[in-house]
Design a protein around this ligand. Structure first.
Ligand code: URA
Length: 300
């Protein structure tokens, strides 16, 4: 049994609904694994509940009609699962499945190359005109759209442009970029064979970490780019990329080492190259993640 996986799984499902503004969900619409989790919680006797929570199974949102969510339900679920409520192996397997789920498929049809070029040019223009992040836009020199193959098997997604990228208008061309280029080369690929983009298209001043609102402001652009590209695999480099497309606040350590889903793509989560520049020992973990990707992508 892996309780942490289960906790993450439930939290992620709930977070996804919350972010979509959904406060009530018909049980039948939940992913099967989440339904299993809720059924298990609903079947608990009061004696099995954590005394601190002092809640009834109904509070765990498992009524016949639907689940009713709110902060208290979420914390109840977290507390309850921690309180040893979930013991069976099949439940752990279900949790693993839930942690990897991000509902949905690509929404646009597959586009020919010429159409992709046209769509990307349109998006690029929109991004250059965008003024949504008032604390960033006044400092930017260039927007950084992204670059690479327009029919990529793999997309690498970073955080935001740094000073070099802001000057050149290209992603990952500074120190972290050089390391990313080496990682790509170690996978026996070139930058031209993949697509490289960022969660933010403008450089936050002093390279500060983007705030959630800024990630949100740029997310439509990212989603549109990915819809056009339709990669089979997306590598999230660091927590901001994770937040942008998986909409999760979980740590890289929690999320790496397995595949997640984003619409039609399988997502690998790993550490950002800038982190590797400061933490040499994490390079081994990133290489493990890339080997996992290479095996699945038929690149090994
Ligand atoms: N870091 C990023 O996340 N993206 C870049 O383009 C450069 C550095």
């Amino acid at each position: 049994m892996d309780k942490n996986r289960l906790l993450d799984a439930l939290a992620q499902v709930l977070e996804n609904y919350r972010r979509c503004g959904v406060s009530q969900v018909a049980r039948g619409s939940l992913p099967e694994s989440a339904q299993l989790a809720l059924e298990r919680l609903a079947s608990l006797s009061p004696a099995e509940l954590s005394p601190a929570e002092n809640a009834s199974p109904a509070d765990y949102s498992a009524s016949a009609e639907g689940i009713v969510r709110g902060p208290s339900a979420e914390s109840s679920i977290r507390a309850q699962v921690t309180a040893d409520a979930v013991a069976s192996g099949s439940f752990a397997a279900a949790a693993q499945q839930t942690a990897n789920e991000q509902p949905g498929k690509w929404t646009l049809p597959v586009l020919e190359i010429a159409e992709r070029v046209q769509q990307m040019e349109g998006l690029d223009r929109q991004i250059r005109d965008c003024r949504r992040c008032e604390n960033i836009v006044q400092f930017r020199q260039r927007t950084v759209f992204g670059e690479g193959k327009l029919e990529p098997k793999i997309c690498f997604m970073g955080e935001a442009p740094g000073a070099d990228e802001d000057r050149q208008g290209r992603p990952f061309v500074g120190k972290a970029g050089q390391l990313l280029t080496k990682i790509i080369a170690a996978m026996k690929l070139t930058r031209e064979e993949v697509y490289i983009l960022n969660a933010l298209k403008c450089r936050p001043p002093q390279n500060r970490t983007p705030v959630p609102e800024e990630i949100e402001n740029c997310r439509n652009f990212v989603e549109s780019q990915l819809e056009v590209l339709k990669p089979q695999f997306i590598v999230c480099l660091g927590a901001v990329a994770v937040r942008s497309i998986l909409q999760s606040n979980l740590s890289i350590g929690r999320l790496r080492g397995r595949f997640h889903n984003y619409r039609g793509a399988r997502v690998v989560v790993t550490y950002h190259p800038s982190y590797l520049l400061r933490n040499e020992s994490a390079k081994r973990l990133v290489w493990e993640d890339m080997k996992m990707l290479m095996r699945e992508a038929g690149l090994d």
